[in-house]
Write a protein that binds this ligand. Structure first.
Ligand code: NAI
Length: 490
């Protein structure tokens, strides 16, 4: 059997950082180094002001990274990519695989150039056998591409074994997800060397994950399973969002419908919350990638099926903005909107593909003044995100103010638009949420709650609330004089 002593993780992002930190904290005998070309990111990982926010992450990082009396550090961050690759027995590829923006497949296919360049580097600098693990989400048969690049770049006599080990963590709950995963998927070739490499990786996870949760399967099944899992999760959201449009017309309540559906054990209650639409860096890109693969296999109906999940999501965001315009008497010109929340979901500072981008872009185009508040996301990031993705910001810069509090955002506003389900925005006395994976209910952070009566004092009449996450108790807000519009409720 192979015993792993040194791991190098290429890519110090949302996946590479937390995953490496957990592996290091659970395997004190393995040295784990996370490398990235992005110097700023690597430097931030070496401080207590980490480059990404995840509840519980800093504690795990500090436990493995910082010298303590009884434990030598075994988690490192470096920009010395070549050296760390050369020293490692096992390499985790955690680089980004965004949607292609140029050429054939632009807007649909996955961009594999970051992965390819990482693997070229491995081929160039490796002096010993390596196990290479695809942690990034990749199209089916990406492993063949990587093998081909290695065959052409590596020194003779060195063996590379490629594994697929997709990551299933969800941002906002990455640490509990990593500590207590539903399953660990390891895909390998069914050759003796492939199986031996899979076992070596399984042993790394075996330090804290029960063996019956570590599943070893065929390499290509594993690659496809990750895309399929994201497609099915997003499919649930789009299905509920499609139903929410019907609810608004027939006088049904989507929260009640979701609750009723979710009680069926075959369906289950999670990922059935209606909203303004899903965001994040993964769902859209992975579904489009899946659809592109189907299309390249001439399975056009299958491609259309997957793509419709993304189309409903776009429709839901548009529908939400149309409702805002309609309620505000068909014109946003000269009106002020307080936008609460910009992150794509709570407990993360990630704004990639957040629904807020489309909604803010749309209301700016309608001439609204927009005042944004998010508890975690900084002004520079909000402006950058809008600038790079929206049509209007160049000329609408003056229409946009980023605020330090929910109240400041409400000053002179005609409406509050809730776009992220941060606990502090809810007016329910106790926010109860299902904890990730364990099914038990826990009381959420509720120390800092918005005082809606105080917000009302600084707003213009009539005051509207557009709840894009269905987190408010509409009745209580109506008593304060708000007119409340929720998703999937008439
Ligand atoms: P990210 O963009 O946060 O991090 C990727 C990092 O890789 C960047 O810091 C970049 O500088 C670095 N990088 C790119 N090419 C490099 C190279 N050749 N050498 C060294 N560093 C390089 O991306 P994130 O979110 O961590 O995602 C990584 C992969 O994991 C993607 O394939 C994604 O689909 C997948 N994934 C992401 C999840 C998430 O919640 N963010 C969850 C599950 C999978």
């Amino acid at each position: 059997p192979i015993r792993i002593k040194k791991i190098c993780c290429i890519g110090a992002g949302y996946v590479g950082g937390p995953t490496s930190a957990v592996i290091a904290s659970k395997n004190p005998d393995i040295q784990v180094t996370v490398v990235d070309y992005n110097r700023e990111r690597i430097e931030a990982w070496q401080t207590d002001d980490l480059p990404i926010y995840e509840p519980g992450l800093l504690d795990v990082v500090r436990a493995a990274r910082d010298a303590k009396s009884k434990r030598t550090p075994n988690l490192f961050f470096s920009t010395d990519v070549d050296r760390c690759i050369a020293e490692a027995d096992l390499i985790l590829l955690s680089v980004n695989t965004p949607t292609k923006s140029l050429g054939r497949g632009a807007g649909h296919a996955s961009e594999l150039s970051y992965l390819e360049s990482a693997v070229r580097k491995i081929g160039e600098v490796a002096e010993s056998n390596k196990i290479i693990v695809e942690k990034s989400t990749v199209p089916c048969r990406a492993a063949d591409t990587l093998r081909d690049v290695l065959a052409a770049t590596a020194k003779p006599g060195i063996h590379f074994e490629i594994l697929s080990n997709p990551e299933f963590l969800a941002e906002g709950t990455a640490i509990p997800n990593l500590l207590n995963p539903d399953r660990i998927l390891i895909g390998s070739l069914k050759t003796p060397r492939g199986l031996q490499a899979a076992q070596a990786l399984a042993d790394v996870y075996g330090a804290w994950v029960d063996h019956d949760r570590i599943i070893t399967i065929n390499l290509y099944s594993s690659e496809l399973a990750k895309l399929a899992a994201n497609a099915l999760l997003a499919q649930r959201i789009s299905s509920v969002n499609a139903l929410s449009a019907m609810c608004e017309s027939v006088g049904a309540d989507i929260d009640e419908v979701s609750y009723a559906i979710g009680l069926d054990k075959r369906i289950g209650s999670r990922m059935l919350k209606a909203s303004v639409g899903f965001g994040g860096s993964c769902f859209r890109k992975d579904i489009l990638s899946l659809a592109y693969i189907a299309e390249s296999l001439h399975l056009f109906e299958v491609a259309d099926y997957w793509r419709s999940i993304v189309e409903i999501n776009e429709y839901q965001k548009d529908r939400f903005t149309r409702r805002i315009v309609r309620c505000l008497y068909n014109s946003l010109s000269g009106k002020t909107l307080a936008v609460w929340g910009f992150a794509y979901k709570k407990d993360t500072g990630d704004t990639r593909e957040t629904a807020a981008i489309s909604v803010v872009d749309n209301v700016l185009t309608e001439g609204a003044n927009v005042r944004i508040y998010d508890p975690l996301v900084k002004e520079t990031q909000i402006r950058q995100e809008l600038k790079s993705t929206t049509s209007r910001l160049g000329c609408a810069e003056k229409q946009l103010v980023v605020c330090d509090s929910a109240y400041e955002a409400c000053t002179g506003a005609d409406a509050v638009i809730i776009l992220t389900e941060w606990d502090e925005f809810s007016n329910r006395s106790e926010v109860v949420r299902r904890d990730s994976g364990h099914g038990k209910k826990t009381k959420a952070r509720s120390e800092r709650k918005v005082d809606w009566a105080r917000a009302a004092e600084v707003m213009r009449r009539p005051m509207f609330v557009f709840d894009g996450r269905n987190i408010v108790d509409a009745g209580a807000l109506e008593e304060l004089g708000f007119r409340v519009e929720c998703i999937g409720k008439a």
